[in-house]
Design a protein around this ligand. Structure first.
Ligand SMILES: *Cc1c(COP(=O)(O)O)cnc(C)c1O
Length: 410
């Protein structure tokens, strides 16, 4: 795709996504689980519930819904997105999150979602009240905290008892008994999510082994546990290292399927990053370059409010000029215009020399990019373009300043 032409037509900063790359990843993930089940001579029905928070663009939700995916939501706002973009898929929605409010529960109950992933006993009580009041039975899973360590950035690690997520697995059996005794609730699943951007497959297997034992105990207690929700979190390679998504996802599928073989359960997966991260780039234009002492800076029109991952997680994104460059290489900090020293995309990064007016692409920006964008420094959100079969279409126009301040009162 000619990114220069897109930047000229739609302006910068601009998120550009490849629809084909997203479809390819979803297909790859599904195929990996079918193959793993075949190899292990087991049957394991698997449903992908795309984690909406990774990239919540309506056009992307619509596309994944059309492929038969369900969705993992964490708020009433995300439920509203699914209802508008993929209304036929509401029955395949799982609702996660530690702070669900009554109105969000009501909306999800009325929409008829598949499963509530309940994260505390207090939430269980409230959900029971809301369900009973509406006369609707809520299918629930408890999100258990398996106390498994997975190597990733501390801000996106969630599976240790030190984290706010889930219910300690040691107490889960007792909490399930409580759930079974409450009106309006039907315990049908067990769920787990140990974190995000996890590259090794063993932690997923360890967590799921504990989940499997729990499922067996709960069934012995007479509960009809049908769903095992293994969460999301499968990572990608952001750096220059080799990454074979098909091979790595095959080992992930083999690990999970191996643990669940013969359990007679339906597996739910909540992938976010793996599906969309590498399908997106953030295109930005160089505004200025400058030298401070022996530091060289490249200042782009995109900033941390458009893509916060480097500032928030010390994340690495490859950054390359869009036009093939014959210029000598340089080492520079690539930074945005926002008034924070944390507003950088890269430090001491080697690229071909960059000059004012050049276009550069920040790669692998399709997940946790736009969905984490803010208005900090009163900057409007970037526009977004989706490329489908070689054709680009605007899926979100650039905001106006009027829209940005419309909800405020003088
Ligand atoms: C964020 C999140 C996901 C998605 O994680 P990825 O790393 O993007 O795959 C899935 N499930 C839950 C509960 C989450 O919080």
């Amino acid at each position: 795709m000619d990114l220069t032409a897109l930047a000229e037509e739609f302006g910068t900063p601009l998120y550009v996504y490849s629809a084909d790359a997203i479809v390819e990843r979803a297909t790859m993930l599904k195929a990996a689980f079918s193959t793993a089940a075949l190899n292990l001579k087991t049957e394991l029905k698997t449903t992908l519930c795309y984690a909406v928070k990774a990239n919540s663009s309506l056009a992307i939700l619509k596309m994944l819904g059309a492929m038969g995916c369900g969705f993992d939501i964490v708020s009433g706002g995300e439920l509203e997105r699914v209802k508008r973009a993929a209304p036929q898929s509401v029955g395949k929605v799982v609702f996660s999150g530690v702070g669900k409010q009554a109105w969000e529960m009501d909306a999800a109950l009325e929409a008829g979602i598949l499963l509530f992933n309940v994260e505390s006993e207090a939430e269980l009580e409230l959900l029971s009240e809301r369900a009973a009041a509406l006369g609707i039975t809520a299918r629930i899973a408890l999100r258990v905290n398996p106390d498994v360590f997975a190597e990733t950035h501390p801000y996106i690690s969630t599976g240790l008892s030190a984290h706010k997520f889930g219910i300690a697995i040691a107490r889960a059996r007792e909490v399930y008994q409580r759930a079974a005794s409450l009106p309006g609730l039907r315990p049908e699943g067990v769920s787990v999510h140990i974190g995000s951007q996890i590259r090794a497959v063993e932690p997923f297997g360890q967590a799921l082994k504990r989940v499997r034992s729990l499922v067996e105990e709960l069934r012995a207690d007479g509960l009809p546990i049908h769903f095992v929700d293994a969460g999301g979190g499968f990572g990608i390679e952001y750096g220059e290292g080799a990454f074979d998504p098909a091979a790595s996802v095959a080992s992930y599928a083999h690990e999970l399927s191996g643990v669940l073989a013969g359990l007679d359960a339906e597996l739910l997966l909540e992938p976010g990053r793996f599906l969309v991260a590498q399908a997106g780039a953030l295109v930005t234009r160089v505004l200025y370059t400058k030298q401070n002492g022996d530091k060289h800076f490249v200042i782009t029109d995109a900033a941390m409010n458009d893509l916060i991952r480097p500032a928030l997680y010390q994340a690495h994104h490859e950054i390359w000029p869009i036009e093939k460059s014959e210029r000598a290489s340089q080492v520079a900090d690539i930074v945005g215009p926002v008034c924070e020293s944390g507003d950088f995309f890269a430090r001491d990064r080697e690229t071909p020399e960059l000059r004012a007016g050049d276009l550069v692409a920040l790669l692998d920006a399709g997940a946790y990019g736009m969905s984490l964008a803010s208005h900090y420094n009163t900057r409007v959100h970037p526009a977004e373009v989706l490329v489908e079969h070689g054709k680009a279409r605007l899926i979100r126009r650039r905001e106006t300043l009027d829209e940005l301040i419309a909800a405020e009162m003088l």
